[in-house]
Design a protein around this ligand. Structure first.
Ligand code: ZN
Length: 488
């Protein structure tokens, strides 16, 4: 809308008394504007920018200005919210999905984590945690969303990364314990346990819930200690160092999912119990469930077995006072009703790649020839990309796109193998450089939208900006389907 002569985002207009602060499109750039009501000099509210002398001050979308915005309008800063019954992670790898997520979550009783990214994703997209958080802050301000959101430093493995996320104000830490989990332990090579463990866990039954009781055999206990002992110690150390000391406040998630061996309910119970007994307070645990949670496609495995196990996992979490966290939750439509039911509507579910896939679906609709170019490149880049992600994609099952009409391209997003092809190559697609061009990104610009020197990046971000409405409605529909099946 036209507001004080500027093309403003209507929902962003905030009157502070003597002036108005809002977001606007100005000269092809998105800026924060401070405008005084009397056309006189404005209070800059800590923003850095340019005063045009007519009572208007324009501030670019830099990290500095995002910090100033979070100070001025606390609703644009993330908050802790995992203690709410339902929470949902929305890894927005591109920094453009939050407006669509807001359209959906505005009317849902689910706490959204708009900013959620792992270090692996940061590296693959060339982004920083500053970018990730700022993109959410700017979107929340632009859309006038004041219900609160979280920011998750996802799959962090080191003290340095944990501190990096916390120091920026991230409100959730997902501690990835996988480097400390010993997968090669078997019943026969697990050493004997100390008397302390034996007294605590053997010759006793743990009453979890009606009809659910757990008991350890000596071999099972030895395995638990040998597999998870070091991971528990690591989690306790990180908790004491950063959270127990009161230095930072954040929701704490224990992730033991990125490992080859499935977490049995008994092992889950052991890990949680040991953590609680050593004083660690956590909001969620992400076990490695049976079956496969591959990226961007439905659950693969024995659904009856999954149902049997998650029933016990959920009961353990209820009994001990935290929530289950379901990772790689994108598109797991066949198990969502089970998750919703067995957790009795108390869960954290993380998605990421599916938001990127929806963005690429928009590309296939809006610019078929650009999509074809990217698809062909992705086929050549797949081998490299599969070093970072575990998938069992069969490229031979993807239709030859030269035989497809433009109107058939969006259908590729219903083919699991084509989905995974595009899903895991995102970093290489976004990072592909024109031959001969060097580093030429524009620092500080929200969401890495500067496309100089890149083969696809600039064209993609331009397209997504022009087709914002389509992307928003695609996300409302697609993520909405996730929530619906989870019983929200
Ligand atoms: Zn995970």
């Amino acid at each position: 809308m036209n507001y004080l002569g500027i093309n403003a985002y209507e929902k962003s207009i905030h009157n502070t008394g003597s002036d108005a602060v809002f977001m606007a499109e100005d000269d092809g750039r998105t800026v924060i504007v401070v405008a005084s009501s009397d056309g006189k000099a404005v209070d800059t509210h800590g923003f850095n920018g340019r005063d045009s002398g007519d009572g208007k001050f324009r501030a670019p979308l830099t990290h500095e200005n995002a910090c100033a915005l979070r100070k001025l309008f606390p609703f644009t800063a993330p908050v802790c919210g995992l203690s709410k019954p339902r929470s949902f992670g929305l890894g927005d790898r591109l920094g453009i999905a939050t407006p669509g997520h807001i359209d959906l979550f505005m009317n849902k009783d689910v706490f959204p984590i708009f900013a959620q990214q792992s270090i692996r994703e940061l590296n693959l997209t060339g982004r920083t945690y500053e970018d990730v958080l700022d993109a959410a802050t700017f979107a929340v301000f632009r859309e006038g969303y004041t219900k609160g959101f979280g920011a998750d430093g996802d799959h962090l493995k080191t003290a340095k990364d944990v501190e990096y996320a916390l120091s920026l104000g991230f409100t959730m830490i997902t501690l990835d314990c996988s480097d400390h989990i010993k997968n090669d332990v078997t019943e026969s090579n697990a050493p004997a346990v100390s008397k302390q463990y034996a007294d605590k866990y053997l010759h006793t039954q743990f009453d979890i819930e009606d009809g659910i009781r757990l008991a350890f055999t000596d071999a099972q206990l030895r395995q638990c200690v040998a597999i998870y002992g070091e991971a528990i110690q690591f989690a306790a150390d990180m908790y004491k160092r950063f959270l127990a000391s009161g230095k930072y406040s954040a929701d704490f998630e224990i992730s033991i999912d990125e490992t080859v061996s499935v977490t049995t309910p008994l092992q889950h119970f052991f890990v949680a119990r040991e953590l609680l007994d050593s004083g660690v307070r956590f909001a969620t645990i992400a076990p490695r469930f049976c079956g496969e949670f591959q990226k961007g496609v439905d659950y693969r495995g024995d659904i009856a077995q999954f149902e049997k196990e998650i029933k016990v996992h959920a009961a353990i979490a209820r009994r001990l006072g935290y929530k289950l966290s379901i990772h790689s939750g994108s598109d797991k439509f066949s198990v969502f009703p089970i998750i919703g039911r067995e957790t009795r509507g108390c869960f954290h579910v993380k998605t990421a790649g599916t938001n990127w896939l929806e963005a690429m679906r928009v590309v296939s609709l809006a610019d078929p020839s650009l999509y074809r170019e990217i698809h062909r490149y992705a086929l050549t880049a797949f081998g490299e990309a599969s070093k970072y992600y575990h998938v069992t994609t069969d490229l031979a099952k993807i239709p030859d796109i030269s035989a497809l009409a433009d109107s058939e391209l969006p259908k590729l997003f219903e083919n699991d193998d084509a989905r995974q092809l595009i899903h895991i190559t995102y970093g290489l697609i976004l990072g592909k450089k024109n031959s001969g061009s060097g580093q030429n990104t524009e620092p500080g610009q929200n969401a890495g939208a500067a496309g100089n020197g890149f083969t696809f990046r600039g064209r993609l971000y331009k397209l997504w900006k022009e087709h914002d409405a389509e992307y928003r409605s695609a996300l409302v529909r697609h993520i909405g389907k996730h929530l619906e099946l989870l019983g929200v």
